[in-house]
Each structure stands twice: as structure tokens, then as C-alpha cells.
Design a binder for this molecule. Structure first.
Ligand code: PMP
Length: 357
């Protein structure tokens, strides 16, 4: 069995020295040592989110952070608009519906990004309390233009919520400059840490909306989290090994410089797309909006997707991401976020092209 080339779009492969952080001895999560770690993480995270406001560390995956972004700012019956361009946007729709919000959907062809003018038309036609947009739709390999969408929301008293699970730390998000009020992400993606921590960033409009939001909540209640953060704590037991790893990876990102981190991801994204096209395979996303953290590739119509995935794994140690939801059996995905090695990416493209030949 060859060594594994884990190419799913998160949890990502971690370098040895980050993995080693996870085996540090446990510490008290109510003590000063943890307070320092937590503040270091949340302060660095502000740079990645492009926000001067507040960042919280949640003991959860990205979906927990998504739930926090719904329950803390909305009430049952609130009219919201969800831009639905893939599986994760659809999860936001399902979640908002589950909490009793009055959800309208702006459908976007899967594989394409939302047209900001279409958002403008919808928010003019009905008064919404919130707009949900997935920055990087991991299921289709598409990046949405958050800045342009934020631009059409200026002047509206509406909460702009962005799913940054597979973008933040790899693709620029400038919440304060782009009129984004709430955004969230997760440790197992570009943050280069294991799964287990959600990150939630809240700007000033978020706090205003929080005042009269009545969705039921407890574990993810922002008031409890804010109180705890003042003491350098999380309200509930934090995922300590993930925090150790996050602190280390964020230090490295600061040393590298965020601009360089972002340009490196763009270069790697271009590299993978070029290799895929040169190898005769079909990108699923429209090239102009293709993601710099994950590339989705269309299977030829006759391919047995299950057999492809099994052979890639068993014969070549290469683990691709499959298609999810409606895209199951139609596409596969190659993740390239965080710490990436071009030869491993190139190798994965070669394995795929060989199997599809
Ligand atoms: N949103 C996006 C864009 C994602 O990529 C994911 C995970 N792939 C999620 C939400 C859900 O995150 P998690 O699996 O960590 O709950």
C-alpha cells in the first residue's frame, strides 16, 4: 500500500511539526497559559478575517460555527436570502429553515458564481434581515466575489453572513472593508490544524442584530462566549490539541505574511488547473471563478466514480474528494489549501488522468 496522498478539501494533510503540537501535555483550560493561547489565536484570526471586531473559538466543526451564525442573529419568521450555489450553501438553507427562518433562495448554477446584480435585484424586491453567501463553495470549487456582493448591500440594514470555511486563511476576506458582518471558518481547512475548532467573527452590526435575536440557543450562545472570552476562556472545554496546532500554524502564517499566503494559494490554484487541463480533464467550475483552495473535475459520462475512487486509493494511495449531494458520481475534487506540496498535487493529477484514460 503506497503512502497516502490525502487530497480531500479538508481535513488537510498536516506537516509533522504541526502534528507534533497535538501531542503536547494537556493544560488547564481555565488557567493563564490557555488564556494566552486563546488570545493569540483570536488576535491572529482577526487578520485572516479582515476584521477589527470580535473572533470566537468554538468547540465545533464548521457546521457548528454555521449554526452559531444563524441562532445568534435571527428570530423565527425572519426573512432571509440564501445564495445557493452548492451543497454547503444548501446546508445553510436547511439550517436556517430548521430554526424557523423564512428562507428565500437565490439559485445559482452549480459551477458558477453568483452575479452581484442578481443579489441587488432580490434585496430590492423584498426586505430581508439577512443574506447568506458561501465565499468558497467547496462542493463545486467556486469562489464568490464577496467584495462585489457586499458592494450592492451598502446602505441596507441587513446582516451579511459569509461562510468562510474553505476560504479564510487562503483567499482574502476583508470583512470590514467589504461590508461583511458575520463570517465563520473551521480549523481543518486552510488554518492548517486538525478538525475541532470553529472560528466565528462578528462585526458591530452583528452585535446590534444579536440584541433582539430570539432563536433558541445554548451551546453557541454568543453572550456566554463573550463573557468567557473576557476571562480568556471558552465557555465549554476547548479542543486543546487543536488550539496548540492552530497557534503554531498561525505563527507561521504571520511569519510568511498574509499577502504571500494568499498569493501562494492563487499560484497553486493556477498550477493545479493548468495541470488538469493539460492532462485532458474537464474543470467543473467556470475557469474565471475557479477556487484557489479546491478544484472540482468532471467525470466523463461513462466513468464508474466508485471504482475510480477505490482504485486511486488502493492502487495509488491517493484519496480524492468525491462529489457530494447532487454532484455525487459526477465530479471528484482535489484539495489544495494550507500547506501544499506541488509534487503531491501533480502526482494526484497524474493518477486521475491515468485512471480516466
Ligand atoms: N461550509 C463549507 C464551505 C465547507 O466546505 C464545509 C466543510 N467541507 C462546511 C461548511 C461544513 O464544515 P464541517 O464539515 O467542518 O462541519
Amino acid at each position: 500500500m503506497p503512502a497516502t496522498n490525502l487530497r480531500i478539501p479538508g481535513p488537510i494533510e498536516l506537516p509533522e511539526h504541526i502534528l507534533a503540537e497535538c501531542s503536547r501535555p494537556m493544560i488547564s483550560h481555565r488557567g493563564s497559559e490557555f488564556a494566552e493561547i486563546l488570545h493569540e489565536i483570536t488576535d491572529s484570526a482577526k487578520g485572516l478575517f479582515g476584521i477589527d471586531g470580535d473572533v470566537f473559538l468554538l468547540s465545533s466543526s464548521g457546521t457548528g460555527a454555521m449554526e452559531a451564525a444563524v441562532v445568534n442573529f435571527f428570530s423565527p419568521g425572519d426573512a432571509v436570502l440564501v445564495v445557493r450555489g452548492g451543497v454547503f450553501a444548501d446546508r445553510t438553507r436547511a439550517m436556517a429553515t430548521a430554526f424557523g427562518l423564512d428562507v428565500d433562495v437565490l439559485e445559482v448554477e452549480w459551477g458558477d458564481a453568483v452575479d452581484p446584480a442578481a443579489v441587488a435585484r432580490r434585496v430590492e424586491a423584498r426586505e430581508y434581515r439577512g443574506l447568506f453567501l458561501t465565499h468558497n463553495e467547496t462542493s463545486t470549487g467556486v469562489m464568490n466575489d464577496v467584495e462585489a456582493v457586499g458592494g450592492v448591500l451598502r446602505g441596507l440594514d441587513l446582516l451579511f453572513v459569509v461562510d468562510g470555511v474553505s476560504s479564510v486563511g487562503a483567499i482574502p476576506l476583508r470583512m470590514d472593508d467589504w461590508r461583511v458582518d458575520v463570517a465563520y471558518s473551521a480549523s481543518q481547512k486552510a488554518w492548517t490544524a486538525p478538525p475541532g475548532a470553529g472560528l466565528l467573527a462578528v462585526g458591530s452590526r452583528g452585535w446590534k442584530f444579536n440584541n433582539d435575536a430570539s432563536c433558541p440557543r445554548f451551546y453557541f450562545d454568543l453572550t456566554t462566549m463573550r463573557q468567557a472570552l473576557k476571562q480568556g476562556q471558552c465557555p465549554w472545554t476547548p479542543p486543546l490539541p487543536v488550539c496548540f496546532a492552530l497557534r503554531a500554524s498561525l505563527r507561521e502564517m504571520r511569519e510568511e505574511g498574509l499577502d504571500r499566503v494568499f498569493s501562494r494559494h492563487h499560484e497553486v490554484g493556477e498550477f493545479v488547473r493548468r495541470r488538469v487541463i493539460e492532462s485532458g480533464m474537464d474543470l467543473f467550475a467556470r475557469h474565471e471563478v475557479a477556487s484557489d483552495t479546491v478544484t472540482a473535475i468532471r467525470f466523463p459520462p461513462t466513468t464508474d466514480a466508485g471504482a475510480f475512487m477505490t482504485r486511486a486509493r488502493e492502487d495509488f494511495g491517493t484519496v480524492f474528494g468525491g462529489g457530494e449531494g447532487e454532484l455525487r458520481g459526477k465530479i471528484f475534487r482535489i484539495g489544495h489549501m494550507g500547506w501544499t506540496d506541488r509534487s503531491a498535487l501533480s502526482g494526484a493529477v497524474d493518477v486521475a488522468a491515468g485512471l480516466l484514460d
